[in-house]
Design a protein. Sequence first.
Length: 305
Amino acid sequence: MSADEKLLLVGDNPFLGVSHLSQERAKARGSDVTTADHAAELVSISFNNGADGFLFSIGELSLSVLNTLRKREDAASKSLLAIAPWSFEYVRAAVRLGGLPGLAGEVSRRVVRSRNIYAVLQGARGALSNDIGALFKAYMSYEVSRVRSAAGRDARLESLLLHEIVTDMALGFDMEWMFRAHVDANRRAGTKPGYNTRNLPLLVAKLREWGISLDGSVIAAPFNAEGFQMCPSMQECEAVLAELGSSEVIAFSILAAGHLNYSDAIEYVAELPNLRGAVVGVSKPEHARSTFGDLRRSFERAAAS
């Protein structure tokens, strides 16, 4: 894969006040980055300086960012990769609404208000027949409709990814039905099935055990020169990546939550085989202007060597 074909994505963690190292680091970024207008500006700057797309968890902030980008026509040709469900949003909602029953009722009301006929009918069928797979597909259809409503019907939504907490929990509990329902939901939406995970070897092993094809799927997983968050080990993750030629693997946490400088971090991911691209969050305009050009040049040097 040539350097020009690498997919360089701007991530939304800084906009959500998320740091994989500490809450103090997240707070130090300031509150401006968590406003929709400022976040949209950073994404626009990233697009203008080499980013090919946006990887985001589906929530009110990211939908506001997409709406702003649509009005500016800044994302018309860019790749959008959406992660659902955004677990943190639903945990907070569950606390506010009195637990899982309250959350389920609120999500059901949102699905009905969305006027997504498929989601409503599929959800009703799932509720009547106690088919949890049908309920899951109804929910994912609702999330896709939220993205397309905010970004515009012509937006390039390439993949719907399972959130890492859901992916890794479902792997741990052998929830094969969820992965099959997820593949079906993506097939209906015309998108690639995607998985966000901290344990790439386990994901690949389980999907192969269940006979669920990895061909054409998108996998977001941590890759960095320190092995940070690479479970069960850096060596095992690298070994699995080396034989995953039919999947599109996107590296995240390439800076190891700030432990690595850009040059060392980029040099490592640029040399990895079968890597489709990388996602990096930016919290300042100067980061947005420099990061993606540096990444592209590093991939070019690796391809030429």
